[in-house]
Structures are given as C-alpha cells and as structure tokens.
Unconditional design. Structure first.
Length: 419
C-alpha cells in the first residue's frame, strides 16, 4: 500500500521555525508528480470536467476544531513557556512513548512558531497542534491515523495523508492555519477505481492537475524533527547558551536515535550571511538518502529535509542550494534560495527520463526545465549554464560521534571545501 499510494514524489522536502521568542504583544522542483493507485488496475473515469475554487474555505468537510485561551491575563507569556508546559504535559500522558517526536515551526507566517507533536506507529501516526497567535493560544483536536503530515512551503498548507490498506485508498486533506482556525481547504481521494477532489469524482488527469496545483515545490515533514530528551527540548525552545550547544543537542539526537541505521554525518556552513553556520545532517544514503538542514534563530530551526544521495550542493556565487538525483528511470535536479523567513524558494528545476530508455526502448524521452518541455540541445544548454560553477558539497564532512560533538562544543569541526 505504501508503494501504490506514493503520490508525493518530490526531489526535495523542507522548512523553518520563527523568531526566538514572541510575547503576546509581538505581532514567511518539479511539480509534484502523481501516480495512480495501481497502474495495472487503473480504470478511466469519464467524468465531465469540474472547475474548483482555490479560495480558502473554512467550512469544507473537516475543519479541525480547537480550544482557545486568551493569554492577555497570563504573566510572562511566550511561545517557549507555553510549549514547554505543553511538552511536559504530553510527556506525563499515556500517549508518550518511544515513537513520540515534535517540531517547532512557523506554519502560518505570523513569525511565531507553532508546536506539532506526533506519536504512534509508522503509517498510523497522530498529530497534536498547538499555536500562539496574537492574544490567543489554541490547542487543536488531534489529526489522527495519518501516514504523514507534510507542510507545503510555498502555499503554507498542511497536508495530512491517510492510507486505507484494505480498500486501497488514499485521502489527503489540506489545512491552513489562520488565527485560531485550522480550516480544511481541500480534499483529495484516490483509489483503484475512482478519483475525487472535494468530494466530486473526476478523471485522473483532472485529479493530477488539481493535486499538482496545490501540492508542489518544497515540502517539509512535520512533527518528527526532535526527540523529547531534555537537551533537545531545551535547544528547540531557545534555551541553549548558543548555536554550538544547540547544534550539539541536535547531533546527539541523531547519535542516540538514528546513527545505528543511518550512519549520519554533518557539515557546517554559513549560507545566509549572519556569520553563524547552518547545520547539514546527512543519513540513510545507502537506502533512502536525505540531508536535514537546521538554521540558527535563537533556536535550531529545522528548515528542511532534502533527498540527495547524502549530500546537498551550495553554489556561493548564486547563493543557492542544489540537489541532484540520477536514478534508474530519471535524472533530475533542483535549485533553492534560502529566504529571510527561514524557508526555501525553488528557483530552477530540470530533469529527463533518458535512463528509462535503457530498460524500455519504446519509452518517449522527455526533457524539461522549470516544468516546460524542450528539445535535448536546449535542455543541455540550460542545465550546463545553471550547474557550471564551483560549489560546496555539504553533509559528509564530519562523522557524528561523541568525540566530534565534543569538538563542536568547542567550536572545532572540519569545514567544507569547494569542488
């Protein structure tokens, strides 16, 4: 089921947390390719074209209700204090177990980070969202039984994926957080026999068009960035002494929970010009490559996760990050600009399916740049122009060990070199 419902085939996934602290007076690839639920059993649904409204509809189908508290009467209120209390309360509950993780990240562009906690087994996770906005602190009802919860960065949308293995069905609900409302703004449903958008049956081409319109660009997994160990909670809440202490807490989290399986490494390089390096942690590159990126904003902001064979490129002259993938069926790449609000904007994408031709000579070879098809000569010229420059390869410079973490605490680490 996980294979047949893998609609979200993105080459990069990412995002960021906001200001270090905000009080009650404080006031930012390729188009996602969809596949059918089963290529071998696909049926064509002849449905009349339907026009959909992309405006925000907070009444559609399944908005998430929440309980709001006016914080104006609270003493010394801040997002870090509220989330500290929420984390400690969760750790005392029967929901807390070794599957629990959390993310602190701004999902509604108000420069105040939100708290997302996840727990439960893979494929059936539950997500708890708590948000401070202006004078209201809102605790939302849980989003239950999710395969994953993702953040669509360029639309500021949460995408909750629900999988039904028995019925071979996937449902995706898109939510937007606005003030104390978590509105269900769009719903997609796909099975072996039908495709629906907002409850209306459509053909699969229309489904793909609607899906790609809202779910594209840079995508970040939510609720899974940090463990509940004391040091990482302290760092995530902006209570670490400095960036070195905070990054050491992040790396210890990998060493304790991921190193055995992922063989993690890390690099440090300042890419936003604030004289504090960003942290690039790689892992899983033998089977599922990724590079997680953390930036410093008084706390380690988890700004994204990219799949790129265990490393990610940085072109200093362009001030852009880049990923490259060469698989059995496709070669592709993307360039990204890191923005002031701890997000990434996609600036250039390219790809071709020449590799698939080796396995099936009947396949039509397609070349595209920024989603537009072009002939091979123009494609190669555009890609060469974009990629021909010196760059850093980030993610592999330092092994994650107790010794290297101790050295980082003293400001010592191997710096990346340009290629």
């Amino acid at each position: 089921m996980k294979k047949l419902l893998a609609l979200l085939c993105v080459t990069a996934m990412l995002c960021g947390c906001s200001s270090k602290d905000s009080s009650k007076n404080d006031n930012k690839n390729n188009d996602t390719n969809t596949t059918t639920a089963s290529e071998n059993t696909q049926t064509t649904v002849n449905i009349e074209d339907v026009t959909f409204d992309y405006s925000i509809d907070d009444s559609y189908e399944a908005p998430i209700n929440g309980t709001s508290t006016d914080v104006t009467e609270m003493a010394d209120v801040s997002w870090s204090k509220l989330y500290r209390d929420a984390i400690e309360e969760f750790k005392k509950s029967d929901k807390y177990d070794d599957t629990a993780r959390f993310t602190i990240y701004d999902i509604n562009d108000d420069m105040i980070p939100d708290l997302i906690i996840s727990y439960g087994p893979y494929g059936h996770k539950n997500f708890i969202l708590k948000s401070l906005a202006d004078i209201n602190y809102t605790e939302f009802e849980e989003i239950k039984d999710c395969g994953e919860l993702l953040f669509v960065m360029n639309k500021s949308l949460l995408a909750a994926f629900h999988y039904n293995d028995e019925e071979q069905r996937q449902t995706i609900q898109l939510y937007r957080l606005k003030n104390d409302k978590l509105a269900n703004v769009y719903t997609y449903e796909l099975s072996n026999t039908y495709a629906k958008v907002n409850g209306q049956e459509v053909d699969r081409d229309k489904y793909a068009e609607e899906y790609n319109f809202l779910i594209n660009g840079v995508i970040k997994p939510m609720g899974i960035d940090h463990s509940f160990d004391d040091d990482i909670v302290k760092a995530a809440l902006g209570e670490a002494a400095d960036w070195k202490e905070a990054y050491c807490a992040v790396l210890n989290d990998y060493l304790k929970y991921k190193k055995q399986n992922d063989n993690n490494h890390f690099s440090l390089l300042d890419i936003n010009g604030d004289d504090i390096p960003e942290l690039f942690v790689s892992g899983g590159y033998h089977y599922a490559p990724y590079v997680d990126i953390y930036a410093w904003n008084g706390c380690p902001v988890p700004v994204g996760s990219f799949g790129a064979d265990g490393n990610i490129l940085y072109y200093k002259d362009k001030d852009e990050l880049a990923t490259y993938y060469d698989g059995p069926n496709e070669t592709s790449g993307s360039f990204y600009k890191f923005t002031d609000n701890f997000r990434f904007e996609e600036t250039f994408t390219y790809g071709n399916n020449e590799n698939a031709k080796k396995n099936d000579e009947n396949i039509e070879v397609v070349y595209y740049v920024n989603g537009e098809k072009m002939d091979k000569k123009d494609y190669e010229s555009a890609v060469k122009k974009q990629t021909k420059a010196t760059h850093y390869e980030l993610g592999q410079d330092n092994d994650i060990t107790e010794e290297t973490i101790k050295e980082l605490a003293e400001g010592k680490y191997k710096e990346p070199s340009q290629k």
